[in-house]
Unconditional design. Sequence first.
Length: 269
Amino acid sequence: MPFATIDGQPLHYTDQGTGPAVLLAGSYLWDQAMWAPQIAALSQQYRVIALDLWGHGQSAQLPEGTTSLDDIARQALALLDHLDIDRITLVGLSVGGMWGVRLALSAPQRLNGLVLMDTYVGVEPEPTRQYYFSLFKQIEDTGVISPQLLDIVVPIFFRPGINPQSALYQDFRASLAALPAQRLRESVVPMGRITFGRDDLLPRLGELNPETTLVMCGDQDKPRPPSEAREMAELMGCPCVLVPEAGHISNLENAGFVTQALLKFLAQR
């Protein structure tokens, strides 16, 4: 498995296929395996890179001095430099979109296109921010995501109608339950605070190129509802596509729809 040392820590990524480069940036609490359906399909025509967030998957702990999503964007650019990749189409879901916009604004010359999925680059609404921070405090204090917390956290990522006995749901729950205390305290909780304590980038969305930008959102996404996706798309003047029968991890709940939408977008780049 390939790793790149970025800011002194090993960052894990996958690199599959040949052709124009596509960088897949995933959700908080998920690793790059969340992109498996898209990697399989897109890598037939494209070079697909997918990375693990710090403290997620096989990536090491959050590097010292990493305090913002701008740092995460800078580290992703360092990965592209390590791979000698000049230009990419970036597909960012959830926190992947939050730091993906920062990458796009800081290095527009590196982007062929930008897809923002189930994400929001405005500030987190204060009641939600305080609620998430209270959950982080519980996790930090106990060193575990307890069964009671799992009952709260896991459903957030899926549409309300999902079968809680499904493999997708149960595998995600098991992965969170298995996270060790050190990883939670050193990386996962700090990464959560960085994510939900982010600053407001809505005023800068007009700087992005609407011709090469697409917003997508699960039609039943609870934490990042379609209203937020529409707001961002209107600010940019770009299309907004709702993914039917999907919640926050829309690329897995309706993998076929998302994959086809991405292939169509990539073909136009």
